[in-house]
Design a protein around this ligand. Structure first.
Ligand code: NAD
Ligand code: TDX
Length: 332
């Protein structure tokens, strides 16, 4: 049994991981989360009081972080500013949290000798051509495009430097696009599902040819737990579930699953610098650590996600109007 500190545990993927750990291990969990617009305490409801503690605070608050590290066996670091579109309009919080926040955690890990797992993204590798047979591997050179992905790349490089220079006990994972319940309505799939529920037409950036490699958030969580338990210190593991789909296909599928005409969407202004394609080769994680994804049927996973958003309007409605007003002001 171990005591884990999970940063960003009130966000989409962090909260999924906390529920996964409580259900599948006997570990106790403390969450450190600032509760930005993206954090939601309701995503952590129903957890047992004797195994779960919530602390509201900033990962860049060195005194608070130091106090929390003194009391835990390992740290799983999800906290981040996570949305590319926001990073194009106001990059500063991305530097503060993704770079300075990660630096603050690494310094605490160094002082306390704490094991830390850093959660990152496939976007650090830039993008691929649509017809390129290659996929990202752990050897692909870093080439981030957006303020978001460049700050994530910066945070990964800090982790690598703290391992090599100071012997910090860290691992890194870079995962592809997650879907599932509890994802903020600013993101592609929940935005379109909740648009349809509200009678708004889905919005596709540009021609919609961009490809994302979808993985269910539960599979991301099982992969992270596997790396935490069996990963080699200093190593990077790519996480993906062979789920490449272009955005147009995903919008049409959402519309069909929701009983609408599959053409009932709008093309809107494209994202500046929009990455064309991401694709992950997760062979290292599968062969070295024996991990496998459980969700292999994207259409079934998407149908379950649609059902969840239909049943949990109370969870997403408070953020919906402001999110759509923001997009409307950008012509998206
Ligand atoms: P999210 O935006 O849903 O959640 C982020 C959480 O971090 C929120 O609860 C927020 O309150 C918290 N937070 C933000 N700044 C903080 C700070 N300074 N101190 C403490 N807490 C803070 O993000 P997500 O989609 O769940 O992503 C989680 C992690 O996974 C991020 O590191 C992201 O880069 C990575 N990731 C996401 C995806 C994806 O598809 N969403 C894919 C690969 C990797
Ligand atoms: O309304 C939309 N219409 C649209 O066509 C939105 C919000 C997005 N898109 C497109 C842009 C992308 O090609 O859909 C794709 C997915 O967009 P996002 O959900 O914003 O995700 P993405 O930019 O791919 O980044 C996500 O995956 C990697 C997460 O937000 C990151 O945190 C993660 O690192």
């Amino acid at each position: 049994m171990a005591h884990l500190l999970v940063t960003g545990g009130a966000g989409f993927i962090g909260s999924n991981f906390v529920h996964h750990v409580i259900q599948n291990t006997d570990h106790t969990v403390t969450v450190l989360d600032k509760l930005t617009y993206a954090g939601n305490r309701a995503s952590l409801e129903g957890l047992p009081d004797d195994r779960f503690t919530f602390v509201q605070g900033d990962i860049a608050d060195a005194a608070l972080v130091d106090e929390l590290f003194a009391d835990v066996d390992a740290v799983v670091h999800y906290a981040a500013e996570s949305h590319n579109d926001n990073s194009l309009h106001d990059p500063r919080p991305f530097l503060d949290t993704n770079i300075v926040g990660t630096y603050t955690l690494l310094e605490a890990a160094r002082r306390h000798g704490t094991r830390i797992h850093h959660i990152s993204t496939d976007e650090v590798y830039g993008d691929l051509e649509l017809d390129d047979p290659a996929r990202f591997t752990e050897e692909t050179p870093y080439n981030p495009s957006s303020p978001y992905s460049s700050t994530k790349a910066g945070s990964d490089l800090l982790v690598r430097a703290w391992v090599r220079s100071f012997g910090v006990q860290a691992t890194i994972s870079n995962c592809s696009n997650n879907y599932g319940p509890y994802q903020h309505v600013e993101k592609f799939i929940p935005r379109q599902i909740t648009n349809v529920i509200r009678g708004i037409r889905p919005k596709l950036y540009g021609a919609g040819r961009n490809v994302r490699d979808w993985i269910h958030a539960d599979d991301h969580s099982s992969a992270v737990l596997t790396i935490l338990e069996k990963g080699r210190i200093g190593e990077t593991y790519l996480i993906g579930a062979d789920g490449e789909k272009d955005n147009k296909t995903v919008v049409e599928l959402i519309l069909r699953l929701m009983g609408q005409d599959p053409d009932a969407y709008d093309h809107v202004a494209d994202r500046a610098g929009h990455d064309l394609r991401y694709a992950i080769d997760s062979s290292k994680l599968r062969t070295e650590l024996g991990w496998q994804p459980r969700f292999r049927d994207f259409e079934a996973g998407l149908a379950d996600t649609i059902a969840w958003y239909r049943e949990h309007e109370d969870w997403w409605a408070p953020a919906k109007d402001a999110t759509e007003a923001f997009y409307a002001s950008k012509g998206q």
